[in-house]
Design a protein. Structure first.
Length: 273
C-alpha cells in the first residue's frame, strides 16, 4: 500500500476530540475499555469543559477509621537508576473512591465487575450545603430528591445522584471527620429512605457524597450502604468540586480501578460540563 494510502486510511479511522464528546466515539471508547457500550444521552448532548472531581490524597488524607490509608516507598529513583518507581500500600476506601456492591454484600459485584456503561453517568447534584452548614448530621431525604426533580426534571436512567454538602472544603482539617469526644463522627450523608426512593422510582446506578461515607457520620447501622450496594449499584465517597458543576446536565466519568475481587478503590473522576 502506498504511503499516502496508509496516511488516508489512518486519518479515516481517527476520531476528533469533538466527535468523542458528541458521542460519535462511544463504540471506540468502549473498545479501549474492552467493552462496547452505547453512548448515554448526556454524552450525546456534547460538553464544553471538564471539572476534576478528585481529591489529591496522601498519607494525611482523612479516612473513616482515622488511620492513614496510603503510603508509598520509593524503590527506584531517577538519579541512581534512570527512572522513578514507588511501591504503594493503599486502603481501598481512601481518598476519592468507589464503593463496589461487594463492599456491603456477600456476593455483589466487585469493583472490576461494575459494568463500564455504569461508569459514565448523567450527574445529578442535590444541594444540601445550606442545611448542612447548620446541622453537620444533615441527610439527603426524599423531600430533597423531590425538590431536585421539581426543579430539573426526572432523574435520568444510569444517573449518579450526588450530595453536595460543602464538606469537600474541610479535607485539610479535623472538621472533615468531625469526631466528638466520644469518637462519633458528624458529617452529612444519604438517608436510607432517599436511597430506597432512588432504587424503587429511578434508574440511577450510583450515589455519591463529598464526605467519608454514604451514611451520615453518626450512623451505627450503615442503613444507606446496606440498602443501596446489595442491589448492584455502587457508591462514590469523598467526591470533590460538586460546587463547580451544574445541578443537572453534566456527565460523570468514573475511572474505577479494576483489581480483581476488590470491594472498591481510589478513582480518578471527572465531570464533563
Amino acid at each position: 500500500m502506498c504511503d499516502i494510502c496508509v496516511m488516508n486510511a489512518v486519518k479515516d479511522r481517527m476520531l476528533s476530540r469533538r466527535s468523542f464528546f458528541n458521542g460519535g466515539a462511544a463504540v471506540a471508547a468502549g473498545a479501549v475499555l474492552g467493552q462496547t457500550v452505547a453512548a448515554p444521552p448526556a454524552l450525546a448532548a456534547g460538553h464544553g469543559g471538564v471539572v476534576d472531581m478528585t481529591h489529591i490524597y496522601d498519607g494525611d488524607f482523612p479516612t473513616y477509621f482515622g488511620a492513614p490509608g496510603f503510603s508509598a516507598e520509593q524503590a527506584f529513583n531517577f538519579k541512581e537508576h534512570g527512572f522513578n518507581l514507588f511501591n504503594m500500600t493503599i486502603n481501598e476506601h481512601t481518598g476519592t473512591h468507589v464503593d463496589a456492591p461487594l463492599h456491603f454484600s456477600a456476593d455483589g459485584q466487585s469493583v472490576d465487575e461494575i459494568p463500564v456503561s455504569n461508569l459514565v453517568c448523567p450527574l445529578c447534584v442535590v444541594h444540601i450545603h445550606e442545611k448542612a452548614a447548620n446541622d453537620p448530621d444533615a441527610q439527603v431525604t426524599p423531600d430533597d430528591l423531590k425538590a431536585w426533580i421539581s426543579a430539573n426534571g426526572e432523574i435520568p436512567d444510569g444517573a449518579c445522584v450526588a450530595m453536595h454538602s460543602g464538606w469537600g472544603a474541610k479535607t485539610g482539617s479535623d472538621e472533615f471527620r468531625n469526631a466528638d469526644g466520644d469518637g462519633t463522627m458528624h458529617f452529612p450523608g444519604f438517608h436510607v429512605e432517599a436511597a430506597q426512593m432512588l432504587i424503587e422510582e429511578t434508574g440511577a446506578v450510583a450515589i455519591a457524597v463529598d464526605t467519608l461515607s454514604l451514611d451520615h457520620g453518626p450512623s451505627a447501622d450503615f442503613a444507606a450502604h446496606y440498602a443501596w450496594l446489595p442491589t448492584n449499584r455502587y457508591g462514590i465517597e469523598c467526591l470533590a468540586n460538586l460546587d463547580k458543576v451544574p445541578a443537572s446536565g453534566a456527565t460523570l466519568i468514573v475511572g474505577a480501578p479494576a483489581h480483581r475481587g476488590g470491594s472498591g478503590g481510589p478513582a480518578r473522576i471527572f465531570a464533563m460540563v
